[in-house]
Design a binder for this molecule. Structure first.
Ligand SMILES: Cc1cc2nc3c(=O)[nH]c(=O)nc-3n(C[C@H](O)[C@H](O)[C@H](O)COP(=O)(O)OP(=O)(O)OC[C@H]3O[C@@H](n4cnc5c(N)ncnc54)[C@H](O)[C@@H]3O)c2cc1C
Ligand code: SF4
Ligand code: SF4
Length: 337
């Protein structure tokens, strides 16, 4: 029998080393549903229910190890390979959009044109700001869930299993931070029989620029609620732009220096060097364009097609007013970690 590395190697090489990104790829592909994230505050990696097809029943598997982005060296580049960089914004108002609403508008248009049948992403309870892994299946739902979630408490890719195995969807877009993009890329490239169905179902990978994400309980409960006396329901928008910016329900804004929220940064983020989601079809961020616009790095022909469709449908407009140096500066800072 061909022996592949299993969750015990993941545990030794990733979980115990503190490099797990929390992407949830291993959770999604485990055919025995044996991997999960517990809901304990400050959790930094998945756990196992104890059963493994290969280790218990000698059935070749190793799917979890195959898709983990932390089991191999990451690409060391600043902006990576791309076709073009543009600014983009939605042509209609999108409530809760984070930057220009381009990500929402492009994927809502893709639903309307029948280009995709599902989107895997993260949304949140707008009262508690607790994030959850979500499968979106319509343009209307896409509009409801605009905005960035800086909090982490869920394996992002968990709902990929629901989409591919339970619902048999086959034209998926994934939105995720660079670690999630790396896992989706591994799935697309894999020839592993248990991973191929996931890779084949992924049509577009949208990466969000990322410097770090935060553990939900330490940020929302210990730092904001207990120390700063800011309750989750008072916050209508969070943004991280060199500091944590909070827009409150009464229209006022407040901010915290990054130093004060550093203890809440996820352990696995400290060793992560990819800022611009180098392996995406389309990367999106706020740095590099004026307020109210989204910066788009269009990397592949597939990514370009989705953007062009949204322009032709008049769902987004583009600008070439881009400050590439500003993007490169953040990418350089992260690469030197
Ligand atoms: C943790 C994190 C850190 C970021 N750091 C930076 C940064 O340092 N510099 C920078 O320029 N930009 C950063 N971004 C990207 C930025 O916040 C916007 O997401 C981006 O500009 C796209 O804006 P938009 O208005 O087009 O997106 P919107 O139209 O508002 O759509 C955003 C889409 O992303 C999905 N989404 C939100 N959060 C997540 C998540 N955590 N995982 C998966 N999907 C999600 C939503 O469901 C929604 O569909 C970060 C984003 C995240 C989530
Ligand atoms: S980085 Fe992702 S795939 Fe690897 S162990 Fe963590 S959650 Fe699983
Ligand atoms: S810094 Fe961003 S991309 Fe890297 S592990 Fe953390 S959330 Fe993922």
């Amino acid at each position: 029998m061909e022996q592949k590395k299993t969750f015990t190697s993941l545990k030794d090489e990733v979980w115990d080393e503190g490099t797990c990104s929390g992407c949830g790829a291993c959770v999604a592909v485990c055919p025995a549903d044996s991997l999960y994230f517990s809901d304990e505050p400050g959790i930094s990696h998945p756990d196992t229910a104890g059963y493994c097809k290969q280790e218990n029943d000698k059935v070749p598997c190793g799917a979890c190890y195959e898709v983990c982005p932390r089991t191999r060296p990451s690409q060391k580049e600043l902006l990576g390979t791309y076709l073009s960089i543009s600014g983009a914004r939605a042509t209609t108002e999108i409530a809760h959009r984070q930057s220009g609403g381009a990500v929402t508008a492009i994927l809502a248009d893709a639903f309307a044109l029948g280009m995709i049948d599902g989107v895997i992403t993260v949304s949140e309870d707008r009262w508690t700001h607790r994030p959850f892994s979500l499968l979106i299946t319509s343009a209307g739902e896409m509009l409801e869930h605009a905005g960035s979630r800086y909090n982490w408490s869920v394996p992002v890719l968990k709902s990929l299993k629901t989409a591919v195995i339970d619902k048999k969807l086959s034209r998926l877009a994934i939105i995720g931070t660079p670690c999630v993009v790396q896992a989706a890329h591994l799935m697309k490239e894999s020839s592993h029989d248990l991973v191929k169905p996931f890779g084949k179902a992924i049509r577009l990978v949208v990466g969000l620029f990322c410097t770090e994400s935060f553990n939900y309980y330490p940020l929302m409960d210990e730092i904001l609620r207990q120390q700063k006396k800011i309750a989750s329901y008072e916050i209508v928008k969070m943004d991280v732009k060199g500091k944590l910016e909070l827009t409150l329900g009464d229209g006022t804004m407040t901010s915290l220096p990054l130093k004060e929220i550093e203890p809440a940064i996820r352990t696995g983020c400290h060793t992560c060097t990819d800022f611009s989601a180098l392996q995406s079809d389309l990367s999106a961020g706020s740095v590099g364009t004026p307020d109210g616009w989204t910066t788009l790095i269009i990397r592949t022909r597939e990514g370009s097609r989705f953007v062009q469709n949204a322009v032709q449908s008049e769902k987004i407009e583009l600008t070439d007013e881009i400050n590439t140096d500003a993007i490169t500066r953040l990418a350089q800072k992260k690469l030197s970690r």
